[in-house]
Design a protein around this ligand. Structure first.
Ligand code: NAP
Length: 316
């Protein structure tokens, strides 16, 4: 018979790791399943400046490493693997079954879905073909390849501006192309980007096409006011236009919004008793490390209460 966990956490970003920390401190038998390295999007954040306690900021990978160490210190077990299927039909003992891509199966009384979100594509001609050949979705990963070069950043949110500023450490010029006449990003990032001489803005504009045979050579930029298009030479393009939830494994099981974000209440309960959600995969206002960790803590406490209720040992 397979071990039955009290809580299985799917996803090892900041929310999942925090859920693990709280579950283990509550002495719940807990397993965290993550298909890559633990850390989630924090792993590609150059510096995180808005996680309290670090006045000079902290490197994303370093913060992720400390979070994992802390959770493991309290007994968190992690298992590498990709969850493919969640069997909703509970066994008689009130368990969920999780099946991994490699065929392994795990049982748990409750589940915490902390699968985060992934970067969106622009879906323009040549984007797919030139991915890795000048087209990138991660400035921290690929920025150093563009020393002394000219690059284009698409997007007007926090990621686009933070990464545009980061790219000026390497690139000669960074052109931010944004579809509106104003930016979405936090004001402090807008101020910094606008004060940076290496950053130029191309507003009310979209990248309509990426040009190049074996590597990117230029982008076709369309002015949305005049409808005019122009070709602009560039050595790289960073597509930083937001994220989509990694909620496929629970689609059709728990309620989601029209974009696929999991709908949960203040206690991180989803529409299915015993399944909780936390972090970027949830429908919520603010997706940042600080809110992810808060979600993770609440999800673990709620899952603990659920497990104790199922076992008939809750503290009333
Ligand atoms: P975001 O806030 O959703 O911004 C995406 C940007 O891309 C928006 O400006 C959007 O334009 C634009 N966009 C979307 N689809 C597009 C398309 N098809 N073509 C052209 N432009 C398109 O995404 P994000 O910047 O990746 O941030 C995601 C979350 O992480 C946010 O909650 C953000 O606050 C958070 N984050 C926080 C930090 C930080 O606190 N330091 C850093 C990074 C990310 P519109 O404005 O017109 O919609």
């Amino acid at each position: 018979m397979a071990d039955v966990y009290d809580i299985i956490i799917v996803g090892g970003g900041p929310s999942g790791m925090t859920a693990g920390l709280y579950s283990c401190r509550a002495r719940m038998k807990t397993l965290l399943i993550e298909k890559m390295a633990c850390g989630g999007q924090a792993l590609v954040a150059d510096v995180i400046e808005n996680f309290p306690g670090f006045p000079d900021g902290i490197k994303g990978p370093e913060l992720a490493e400390w979070m994992l160490k802390q959770a493991e210190h309290f007994g968190l077990k992690t298992e590498p693997g990709e969850v493919k299927i969640i069997v909703l039909k509970k066994t008689e003992k009130g368990q969920f079954m999780i099946k991994l891509a490699d065929g392994r199966e795990f049982l748990a009384i409750s589940l915490i879905i902390a699968t985060g979100a992934r970067w969106n594509s622009l879906n323009v001609p040549r984007e797919k073909e030139l991915s890795g050949k000048g087209v990138s979705y991660c400035a921290t990963c690929d920025g150093p390849l563009f020393k002394g070069k000219d690059v284009t950043v698409v997007g007007g949110g926090d990621t686009a501006l933070e990464d545009a500023i980061f790219l000026t450490k390497f690139a000669r010029k960074v052109t931010v192309v944004h579809r509106r006449d104003r930016l979405r990003a936090t004001k402090i990032l807008q101020e910094r980007a606008q004060a940076n001489r290496r950053i130029e803005f191309c507003l009310n504009s979209v990248v309509a096409e990426i040009l190049g045979k074996d590597k990117i050579e230029a982008v076709k930029i369309k002015d949305l006011k005049s409808d005019k298009e122009k070709e602009v030479k560039t050595d790289g393009i960073f597509i930083l236009i937001g994220i989509s939830p990694n909620s496929e494994i629970v689609r059709g099981i728990v309620n989601t919004d029209e974009k696929g974000y999991i709908i949960s209440d203040d206690e991180m309960r989803t529409s299915v008793d015993g399944i909780f959600a936390c972090g970027d995969v949830r429908k919520k206002l603010l997706r940042q490390v600080v809110t992810a960790t808060g979600d993770g803590a609440i999800a673990a406490v709620s899952a603990q209460a659920y497990v104790e209720r199922i076992k008939g040992v809750e503290y009333k």
